[in-house]
Design a protein around this ligand. Structure first.
Ligand code: NAP
Length: 288
């Protein structure tokens, strides 16, 4: 297949690109580095020249915090909608949209709402689409995965309130395996949450991250939500991940039923064995 992969330079995109190339697909990778700035690709006409002979498109562009010209509505909604429209005009047969767990009717943050708006538009098209909503993804080279590693290595580990917010982390190889299956599955038009059966609290997840780095137990410091929020208001000037809405999303915790994705893959998703934290998708058979 000839596949246009947007966000090809990112954590998910890099792993996907490698898996697709290993399968012999022709991969056209799109990111700002090679002239595809979503902020400037807001009409079908910007996309159409890049879709000639393309069989499938995977969109894995996304940001976790806004800055300057990196806006949620532009990058998560307007540019993808223009891309989806162009795909329909160009006769692209299949579209795989990487959304995020929580981009559903419960969404309240601009991050989730802007993802959901594009997902909803895609779901309205008569094209073979997949909307995939991963939970927190871990594995070598992920930005949030790295942040959790660094946090967990501190001598005192900060958590919000009691740190019992729930996560269902998924390994990057399971995300890649789900996309690979979505490209060939006979049944299209599906929204799937990519979540594992492993339900773990935020606090336990950080302790696990610490353990796999060979570090001994550390003290957990419970920070009341209001104080954490104040810290994040300052921290957002230093890191785009530190956003009040990200803290609100963390506080809620998201859970989804793992059975649909397990059924789709025909197997259970991986549980967080230590080696997985330092592995990318190519290290595991599931993705290739
Ligand atoms: N990682 C997770 O835990 C996780 C979990 C759930 C959902 N997701 C979603 O999955 C998607 C990808 O996540 P990721 O972890 O791979 O993120 P990432 O490593 O930060 O990669 C983001 C990608 O988006 C591209 N991008 C950013 N701004 C762009 C722009 N203006 N124009 C074109 N491309 C742009 C980046 O390319 P350049 O910067 O090179 O241009 C990069 O390829 C996101 O939508 C994210 O919300 C991720």
């Amino acid at each position: 297949m000839k596949i246009l992969l947007t966000g090809g330079s990112g954590f998910i995109g890099r792993n996907l690109g490698a898996a697709l190339a290993a399968k012999g697909h022709i991969v056209l990778t799109a990111s700002r580095g090679n002239g595809f700035n979503f902020a400037h690709m807001l009409t079908e006409n910007e996309w159409l020249p890049h879709l000639q002979g393309v069989d499938a498109v995977i969109n894995s562009v996304g940001i976790i915090g806004e800055c300057r010209d990196q806006r949620f509505d532009t990058l998560h909604t307007h540019a993808p909608v223009a891309l989806f429209r162009a795909c329909r005009l160009a006769g692209v047969r299949r579209l795989v949209q990487i959304s995020a767990l929580g981009a559903d009717e419960t969404a309240f943050s601009p991050y989730h709402l802007s993802k959901k708006a594009a997902d909803d538009y895609l779901r309205s098209l008569d094209i073979e689409w997949f909307v995939l909503r991963p939970s927190l993804i871990y594995g070598r080279g992920g930005k949030s995965a790295d942040l959790f590693m660094r946090l967990s290595a501190l001598p005192v580990i900060p958590v919000v309130d009691d740190g019992q917010q729930i996560l269902q982390p998924v390994h990057i190889s399971d995300v890649v395996a789900t996309v690979m299956r979505a490209l060939v599955a006979p049944e299209g038009r599906k929204t799937l949450d990519i979540v594992s059966t492993e339900v773990i609290s935020f606090s336990d997840w950080l302790e696990k991250n610490r353990e796999v780095q060979g570090l001994g137990p550390a003290r957990i410091l419970q920070i009341p939500h209001a104080l954490a929020m104040a810290c994040v208001y300052v921290g957002r000037y230093f890191s785009p991940i530190l956003q009040p809405d990200n803290l609100r999303m963390l506080k809620i915790g998201y859970w989804a039923d793992p059975r649909p994705v397990e059924h789709f893959l025909g197997r259970a998703l991986l549980h967080s064995a230590p080696a997985l934290f330092f592995a990318d998708a190519s290290s595991f058979g599931s993705a290739s």
